[in-house]
Design a protein around this ligand. Structure first.
Ligand code: SF4
Ligand code: SF4
Length: 146
């Protein structure tokens, strides 16, 4: 059996920090359907506007409001594309040094995976899950566009 290049350990590191989780119109539709609420209510309750982009707000613990210790992402089925794409962000696919830093940050990335193998699997994964950034309104820079 081939060893996976990535397997999430649910540590929550990638759910920490302010303002990184962009919610595109497509994401908004999906997460609102999951939470069974309308877009205006979602934006008021969970969103924050930054530079004209809707992002998920953080809680008092500094993590995304949807992250719960011990449970992980509480909106897993409805989470935004940017969360679905990690760790296969553009920087990690094109730059070995960026992948090296990502390995130190994310224990789910196989420590011994080569950059070439990671990038090949990442591109395959993004295409399979329709996560390439062809939604101009998304502007999630980390999503590769080719
Ligand atoms: S940092 Fe990596 S292992 Fe931790 S929750 Fe995020 S994807 Fe999973
Ligand atoms: S939506 Fe889920 S996966 Fe994305 S940052 Fe929030 S808790 Fe993490």
């Amino acid at each position: 059996m081939i060893k996976p290049v990535f397997e999430c350990r649910m540590c929550g590191s990638c759910c920490e920090g302010k303002g990184g989780i962009i919610v595109s119109p497509k994401d908004l539709e999906r997460i609102c359907a999951f939470l069974q609420m309308d877009a205006a209510s979602f934006t008021e309750r969970y969103g924050v506007m930054h530079n004209g982009k809707l992002k998920i707000r953080t809680g008092d613990d500094g993590c995304c409001i949807f992250f719960a210790q011990g449970r992980g992402c509480t909106v897993h089925e409805g989470k935004p594309d940017i969360c679905r794409a990690w760790p296969f962000f553009r920087g990690n696919l094109v730059d070995p040094e960026s992948l090296h830093m990502a390995k130190e940050f994310c224990p789910g990335i196989a420590p011994d995976v080569s950059h070439a193998a990671f990038a090949a699997e990442g591109r395959r994964y993004l295409r399979e899950h329709d996560l390439c950034a062809h939604d101009a309104t998304c502007e999630a820079n980390a999503l590769i566009d080719k």
